[in-house]
Design a protein around this ligand. Structure first.
Ligand code: FE
Length: 247
């Protein structure tokens, strides 16, 4: 048996006493829970906010290359599920035991982890449909900014497509008030890959549910369809609202 035991493993195995205990990790959790309670963490009762499912801003069959059935699955099942789960978490957070919060496992900790997943799932999907339903024709000052920050519009498209191919979940065009620039980012799930403070302008959902029904594994075909349906007037309206933000 190896004698090279890390400090973390040692603590997990022995707790504060230095005595080896059976089921070390579970014991550590109990100790941490007990410590949190002993410190007198105050309990809280919070108010829950109830989020509403937004309707699609266009008819289910309005998009070119993204089918009515895909929009139905995507909006009615996936997106709606995120809103419902966000509301369920909001309710549970009103009364969950905060005295048991710790960095290993607690009901409160898991609720907070899933809260950001479902909140971002709601936000990104609502924006996804808000900026679709157009004809893909470039329009507005946002295009000048894309050219300025990426060198050319085509450069932006090449980079955005690569981000969408590289991600497991989302690729986004964002405006970042920290540097006043547009960026393309990739994230592997709703609550991973974002940059704090950045404001999403164009999110493309590249989870399989967004395109497999129509295109099988041909994600590139779906990305092309997504770009054909961009509503640049709406993207530009949003850009105009944030373009002067600078921290
Ligand atoms: Fe989705």
């Amino acid at each position: 048996m190896s004698r090279n035991i890390s400090r973390r493993n040692f603590l997990a195995q022995t707790g504060k006493t230095g005595v080896l205990l059976a089921g070390g990790t579970a014991v550590l959790s109990e100790l941490l829970d007990t410590e949190a309670k002993a410190q007198g963490t105050p309990q809280a009762t919070l108010k829950a906010f109830e989020y509403q499912v937004k309707q699609l801003p266009f008819t289910y069959n309005a998009l070119d290359g993204i089918s009515e059935q895909t929009n139905k699955y995507h909006h009615d099942t996936h997106y709606t599920g995120y809103v419902r789960k966000r509301n369920e978490i909001e309710q549970k957070l009103t009364t969950v035991d905060r005295t048991a919060a710790n960095a290993n496992f607690s009901e409160f900790g898991e609720l907070k982890r899933r809260e950001t997943f479902n909140a971002n799932g709601q936000i990104l999907h609502e924006l996804y449909w808000d900026i679709l339903g157009g004809d893909g024709k470039q329009a507005g000052e946002i295009i000048d900014k894309l050219k300025s920050d990426f060198g050319s519009y085509d450069n932006w498209v090449i980079d955005f497509k690569a981000c969408a191919k590289a991600a497991l979940g989302w690729a986004l065009l964002v405006y970042d008030p920290f540097d006043g620039r547009l960026h393309n980012y990739s994230g592997d799930t709703h609550n991973q890959g974002g940059v704090w403070g950045s404001i999403p302008l164009i999110p493309i959902d590249v989870f399989e549910h967004a395109y497999y029904h129509d295109n099988g594994p041909d994600r590139a075909k779906y990305i092309e369809a997504f770009l054909r349906n961009l509503k640049w007037s709406e993207i530009n309206r949003r850009y105009q609202k944030v373009k002067n933000l600078k921290w």
